[in-house]
Ligand binder design. Sequence first.
Ligand code: DON
Length: 304
Amino acid sequence: MTLQPLLDRIEHQARHYFGQGRVADYIPALAQVPAARFGMAICTTEGELYRCGDADEPFSIQSISKAFTLAMAQQRYGDELWRRVGKEPSGNAFNSLVQLEFEQGIPRNPFINAGALVVVDALYSRLSAPVHAVLEAMRLRAGNGVIRIDHKVADSEYEHRFRNAAMANLMKSFGNFHNEVDEVLRAYFSYCALSMSCVDLARAFGFLANGGRCVMTGEAWLPRLQTQQLNALLFTSGLYDAAGDFAYRVGMPAKSGVGGGIVAVVPGRFSVCVWSPELNSYGNSVAGIWALEELSRALDLRLF
Ligand code: DON
C-alpha cells in the first residue's frame, strides 16, 4: 500500500496550523528558524521511504537525541542503568528542577533534562570519544555520512546552560553524577545540536519499529527486549507532561524536541518523523502533533 497520497494530503492540511504556536526562542540560534515549515517522512521496516514537504531540510533535533543516547546507554549498562534514573512520567515540564531534590537526585525518567543528563553522564564514562561516537552511530543508523553537529546551536545552548548545570550539580551532590559537569553538558548540547532531516530521523529510529534491527544496515543494534522497553518509556514519557494527551490523540511511542521535530513509532510497521518549528506551551510541535494524529486516524494505528 502506498502512503504517498495520505502524506501529501496531510502536508497540505498541516499548513492551516501555521501561526498557532511559537518557535523556540530560549537561544538565538533556534529563534532564527523560519516558522512556516512542515515536513514528514516514513521509513517502513522493509526500508521503503515516503516523504512530503520539507522532509529533506535539516533541523535541530534537540531532545529527540535523548532516545538515541538512551539506547546507547541501555546497550552498555542494561538494567543497571535504572538505579540512576526512574521509569515514571514526571508530570512536570522537561526542564523542571522541583522533583529532583525531593527524590534524592534520581530523575523521574530518562527524557526530562535531568534524566537525559544522567544518561549522557553514564555514556560519557564508557566512551573514549563521546561526541564523535554518538555522531558516528547516528550517521550509520541514518545511512547519511554527512550529518553534522551545528556548533552555533551547541555553543548557544552552553552559554544558556544554567538550569541544566543546576540539575547536574544537584545530582552530583547526591552522588548521581560521575563526570565533570561542564564536559557532560558540552556532550549533551552537541547531541541536541545534531542537524538532521525528517528522512534522516525516520531512518535512524527505524530500529524502534524493527525489533532493534537497524533498517539501513540490517544489523541487530539493540536487543529486542530493550527496544520494547525503550518504546514503553517513549509512550509514557516521550512527550513529557503532555504524554497522556499524546497517547490519547495519537497512541504511538514518540519523542519530541524543541526544534519542532517528533519521531514516532508503529512497532512492526514503520518509524515516522514530522517537523514543524512552531511549538505549543509544552514544547511540542503544533502541526506535528496534528499530523501524527491524522496519520494515526487515517491508518487506524492505535495500539488499543
Ligand atoms: O536541554 C535543553 O534545554 C535542550 N537542549 C533540549 C530541550 C528539548 O528539546 C526539550 N524537548 N521538547
